[in-house]
Design a protein around this ligand. Sequence first.
Ligand SMILES: [Zn+2]
Length: 147
Amino acid sequence: MFSSLINQLRTIDCRIQLLTVFVVGHTDCGGVIAGVDAARRPDGGIINGRVVTVPDLPAGADAALNRWLEPVTQTAIFLRPNTPNYDTAISAVTQENVRRQCEFLSNTGAIMRAWQARQQVTLHGRIFDIASGVFQEWTWRRDPPPP
Ligand SMILES: [Zn+2]
C-alpha cells in the first residue's frame, strides 16, 4: 500500500501550492508485533545472517511475508537494546516506522521539487489508536526548509 502512495507522489502535479501529507501508523499493528516478537527470539530475528520475521515459512528469509516485514523487523532489532519492556518496544517501533516513512517521503522527487519551488508542503506522522478511535499525542512533522 505504501509503494502505491510513493508511485502517486512520483507523478503528482508539482503545481500544487499547499499540501499536507499524513503518514499514519496504528496501534495493535500485526506487522509491528511480528517484528518485535522476532527481535525478542533467542536468535534476535537473525537466521543465517538474514532478518527473518516468521521463521517457519518454507522459503525462509526469501518468503514474501519476510521480505515485506523486513524493514519493521530491522527497526525492532535496532531498538531492542533500548526497549526492554514489550509495550514500550511496540510503541517505539510503531513511531520509528512512521518516522522512517516520513523521512523516506521527504526525500522523494515530488516533495523535494515542491520544496525547491517554495511550495508549502508539510509532512506529518501520526499514530491512530485503534482502541480509542483517536490519534495519539505523538506526532512528527517536517515543514519546507527555510529559504
Ligand atoms: Zn498495521
